[in-house]
Design a binder for this molecule. Sequence first.
Ligand code: PMP
Length: 328
Amino acid sequence: MTQASAFTSQSTTANDADRPLIWVNGQLVPKSQAAINVFDHGLLYGDGIFEGIRVYRGRIFKARQHLDRLYGCAEKIFLKIPYTKDEMLAIQRQCIEANELVEGYIRLVVTRGIGTLGLNPYSCPEPGVVCIADQIALYKPEMYEKGMRVVVANRPRIPVACLDPRIKSLNYLNNILAKCEAIHLTQELGITKPEDMLLEVVMLNVEGNVAEGSGDNIFMVKDGVVITPPGEAGILEGITRRFVLRELCPQLGFKAVERDFTLPELLEADEVFLTGSAAEIIAVREILQHEDNRITGTHKISDGEGEITGALRSRFREIVTSDQIPED
Ligand code: PMP
């Protein structure tokens, strides 16, 4: 190895460990030093909340709505965020700038903070605050036109009365274990082609109605109407979902409604798509059903992305690649 190449590889390694710079409790630190105390109740009990936010062209997409949701969730778990919304916005901008981020993703985390080994949240005097601004690519670009295959999870979404899914808490095991059903089934069936893998699950609520994906909201299109379950169905009320309902559908002249629907209705839909800050808008082309890792049903929805899904996605991309990124 020449001296020059030795230098290059060494600096690459150092760079990997140091970037991005991460905001942890008031300080911007290299990635390798970004750490949370083991007595933080965010780690011990999943006691905390978070946000996943997109950065387009250096601007924070729907920044206000994400902050409103974060502070709303904080209130629901009796947690007082030690910064104002404007200060939290400034922290995000500082992270974007420090990492020269143009297109990316922000993860804001507020933990209960450092406490004792008991559950009592009031033993934690000071919440922990973390802001990570980094790159993201959830699904391969071609999947947006092809549409993906998903499976209906056997595990229901946690009921509102137990832990309201409208709270974007650090406790994501309900979602993770549902997602494992898709991963295990993909392995069991020996699917290796990326476009055929089961990449998400459809989660039903305990009443048997459709709720959402493990990390995305779900929509169906029937006879030209765009339909998605209401908040009371036990879902996270996504910012992307709201953007589709309140802005994209009206702009494109599509009727949009929030109402409960059953799995048989979903399987008969003309189009199905998922929404999320990371996923944006992505079509579902096929929905599988399983029991104990054995396929019990296969339902084709569409050949690739449907017309209305495509129109919504085009309009979405038009907005997020324009020079007017909405930060409201
Ligand atoms: N549902 C769940 C369970 C999620 O984790 C997410 C992603 N945060 C969503 C829906 C989509 O929400 P948003 O559009 O705000 O990213």
